[in-house]
Design a protein around this ligand. Structure first.
Ligand code: AMP
Ligand code: ZN
Length: 485
């Protein structure tokens, strides 16, 4: 079954075709580690995690790479304002690298709580300075970059189709630039962006700096992703992700740098996650309206937030309220309870059904149940492969729960399979302990019954009772219960 992904570049849903058979090179822009991530940021990483899991579910081997932004990300997208890491350093009276280490750890702690799988390859920007300089050298040699007093800039007017990702014309970008944006009068075009800042002017006292062929300084934010993605995945690679705020500037700049330097596309599919809003406004650190996972965890299981994000499509905005978190928590608790009930009810009779098939004892009901289970699994794959339609995939869980034609153990097996994508820890819901010898007795009894050896079946039932368990034959198969006296 094909996977359809909405590609921002073509503005359509496309069938996903990897560059290398069965393998996917997947790059996601990493966090800027100067403060705690907010749950808006974390929604984007959950979306990327779901995408990775969907690819894995479809038997692709995913090479998931990510940068960590620990230098060069300025407050404004237009080369304006301070480096965020230096802001963090001043705020806490520490060195920027200590800030980066601390908040990188915090980020992974949050990611772990949300069952976000770690990328296979992670590289901080400060550990790829040489690679960034190499690309800047090429851009200068090819006439795409020029040196001024404050910085080396990329000349956007020289790059054909700079606005291809956003669909924005260069002129429109000018008119939309904010008044507060600092514009270096030496820039050839207002939208030109910095590749390398020098230790001069505003950045005279920038703490982090490195030598370069053009003078001591530090890289701009965008060049790190061009260099790191190329180093970790090669170029082109298959999928590039980030939040929607990256489309107009950061990703446009990554494309311009990488494609101008190497004359080949950077990535084939560009996917963007929508914002978490709070009171109808984008959640953002600078707006001061952000909520951290630690805050959510004071009241809720962190996975409630993961559940909540699954109820909305990644390309829709998600307006966060405490009520929506409460509803998600109660749905998740309900799901866990149902899972517990299923586990108790199942009594391993799904394996029994399979067993009866092996013994040639398959009956019509078994065949119907097997067919239904396969249909549900196909439906599920259809939803997730349709540009990650998690809301529909999630509602399928509840339909399965209510389906009386399906044995409990079959439901459980389906749910555990689906949870490889959802990542809601359904596999950690513990069953009531059923001793192996009792299970074995019940299996032998069921075989005896199916072979109409009634005396043997009765003897086995007596043995089960002796062990402290009751067996009840229900229309959906035998059910084992603890004999509570
Ligand atoms: P940053 O740490 O600022 O570099 O951002 C990390 C990721 O979070 C990026 O992919 C952003 O696009 C994304 N992001 C930022 N704000 C939000 C938001 N309110 N909702 C969802 N994602 C966001
Ligand atoms: Zn990036």
């Amino acid at each position: 079954m094909p996977i359809y992904l909405y590609n921002t570049l073509s503005r359509t849903k496309e069938v996903f075709k990897p560059i290398k058979k069965n393998k996917v090179g997947f790059y996601a822009c990493g966090p800027t580690v100067y403060d705690f991530a907010h749950i808006g940021n974390l929604r984007t990483y959950i979306f990327e995690d779901i995408l990775r899991r969907v690819l894995t579910y479809n038997d692709y081997k995913v090479n998931h790479a990510m940068n960590i932004t620990d230098v060069g990300h300025l407050v404004g997208d237009g080369d304006d304002g301070e480096d965020k890491l230096e802001i963090g350093a001043k705020r806490e009276g520490k060195n920027p690298m200590a800030i980066a280490t601390f908040y990188t750890d915090k980020f992974w702690q949050d990611a772990d709580k949300l069952n976000i799988l770690r990328p296979n390859k992670i590289l901080p920007a400060t550990r790829a300075i040489k690679e960034q300089i190499e690309i800047i050298k090429i851009l200068i040699a090819k006439g795409y970059a020029y040196k001024k007093t404050l910085a080396i800039y990329f000349n956007v007017a020289k790059f054909q189709n700079y606005g291809k990702l956003s669909g924005q014309k260069l002129d429109d970008k000018t008119t939309q630039a904010r008044e507060t944006v600092y514009v270096d009068a030496e820039k050839e075009t207002r939208q030109d962006f910095a590749l390398w800042f020098f230790l001069t002017g505003r950045y005279k006292n920038h703490i982090l700096h490195w030598p370069s062929p053009w003078g001591e300084g530090f890289p701009g934010w965008h060049i790190e992703c061009s260099a790191i993605s190329r180093q970790l995945l090669g170029q082109p690679f298959d999928i590039h992700c980030g939040g929607v705020d990256h489309i107009g500037t950061h990703h446009a700049n990554e494309i311009a740098q990488s494609e101008a330097a190497f004359n080949i596309p950077l990535a084939r599919y560009w996917l963007h996650g929508e914002f978490v809003l709070i009171d109808g406004e984008r959640m953002g650190k600078s707006l001061g309206n952000f909520v951290t996972l630690a805050k959510v965890s004071e009241k809720f299981n962190p996975l409630s937030f993961r559940y909540l994000t699954l109820t909305a499509h990644y390309r829709s905005q998600l307006n966060l309220t405490w009520e929506s978190l409460e509803a998600a928590q109660s749905a998740l608790n309900n799901l866990y309870q149902k899972m517990r009930d299923l586990t108790e009810e199942a009594n391993q009779f799904w394996p029994l059904i399979k067993l009866s098939c092996v013994f040639g004892l398959s009956n019509q009901k078994t065949a119907v149940a097997l067919k239904t289970a396969v249909q549900y699994a196909e439906k599920f794959r259809g939803f997730i492969n349709d540009d990650l339609n998690t809301p529909e995939a999630l509602s399928l869980i509840w339909k399965i729960m209510d389906d009386a034609t399906l044995p409990a153990a079959a439901k459980k097996e389906l749910l555990l399979k689906f949870d490889k994508v959802f990542g809601l820890d359904l596999n950690k819901i513990k069953p009531d302990y059923l001793p192996r010898r009792v299970k074995k007795l019940a299996q032998e009894r069921e075989i005896a019954r199916q072979q109409k050896q009634w005396d043997k079946a009765d003897q086995l039932r007596a043995q089960i009772i002796k062990e402290g368990w009751l067996v009840e034959d229900t229309p959906r198969g035998p059910k084992l219960m603890k004999n509570i006296k």
